[in-house]
Write a protein that binds this ligand. Sequence first.
Ligand SMILES: C[S@@+](CC[C@H](N)C(=O)[O-])C[C@H]1O[C@@H](n2cnc3c(N)ncnc32)[C@H](O)[C@@H]1O
Length: 456
Amino acid sequence: MAVNLARLRLWLALAVEFQGEVPPPLPNLDFKIELGDSLTGPAPADAVCQDIFRHHDLKQLRELKARFLRPRSGSEREDLLRQIEELEQSIADWIHPGEETDGFDWQVRFAEVFLRPVEQEIADPEDLPGFDIVLTNPPYVRHGLIPARVKRLLQRRFPHVHDGAADLYVYFYARAIELLKPGGVLAFISSNKWFRAGYGRKLRSFVARECAIQSITDFGELPVFESAATFPMVFIALRQRCAGQTPLFTQIRSLEPPYPDVLELVRRDGRRLPPEAFQEDCWTMTDLETIQMLRQMEIGTLPLGEYVNGQFYYGIKTGFNTAFFIDGTKRAELIAQDPASAEIIRPLAVGDDIRKWRIRDRDRWLILTRIGVDIARYPAVFAHLGGWQRQLEKRYDRGDYWWELRACSYYERLTGRRSCILSLRWSPASPTTATAASPTTKPSSSLWMICFCSGS
Ligand SMILES: C[S@@+](CC[C@H](N)C(=O)[O-])C[C@H]1O[C@@H](n2cnc3c(N)ncnc32)[C@H](O)[C@@H]1O
């Protein structure tokens, strides 16, 4: 679908831009827009074509592909196709003899981009192997949903950015950088989570080392894509090492006009970040004064991780929130049908409910059917969950039976009377509720740590 849309988009652009009486036939885009798994194929190394016969093959491939854009007849098209396929096979045998490759073989399918004759002087950057631009809107696929076989391949192909918990888009960054010629442009729209997440650590170091970051445009929590909370961000960089990163950083705060004119927003609100913002895998998207304040705070203060003895938890994964998250009305209904239901219905807060200084109470509840729950004791809850039995059976995150939640070693901590959510907030204002502690080294404006206690 994405491939056909891209072809259609290019043809429309040609039709719209055409000036004249009789438009030429639309070009064949088969070898310009290709389809395949972009990640699992081998890396397109900077291969040099050593012998004169290979040199001839490459030259011929370029010519055949150029003619294929506009063949004069159906039979010429078929003939060109056959010759191109034969040449590609011969290049594949030469590059990785006797090897079956997984995924899309960039070096073969775009041999004219990645291979160069040995005698070619590379005086002009135009002649460097690799693409000039890689423009990507990669898929977001949580690590738990990536098949184990693919995960193993990705680990082998991309050890420099691999992390067991990495989202699929992380590998797209690594591949995109490999596909670029030196000085080429990387343009991504992807989640911004890798800036902070543990799984993005290796990718951050790699990008900081290999790229000159030009611009980061962060949409934060704004719903740019209606279907999902993806934390989108536009990331532009050059494949080029640089001594100190000073990209433009733009925090988009609203989707009101001039949005969608993102360039205008970048011009209006973009600020240069200092090189100190990118220290290997430690990225801090803020100005120098704030970075210095943060560094100062790190001296002689107790990090939050130590304060809670490293006991940070993910929360609860249900695998199918539609069945397990209920509102107050549904809760009342289940308890009215069977008072015992109250024993396994707990108050619920999701990440977005944690607001400045408080938890937003949206009267939402969680059905907590742990592994081993005596479900016969809770007929109303059982009947409610039964409405989604088929979906619940198919969950990745589930217990032994379809009505159970997955195993979790810290349920007690999340559901006990003194369960506690910690949230760090930047604000010059003083908190008015809950427990607050100022840091021992107080910077120029106030940073407070606040603890919210949810009674249950
Ligand atoms: C977020 S969509 C973007 C689609 C399109 N490029 C656009 O911008 O509208 C991600 C696309 O990547 C495709 N995709 C997923 N895994 C892929 C892979 N390993 N290799 C190539 N494409 C993949 C999906 O099928 C989907 O079309």
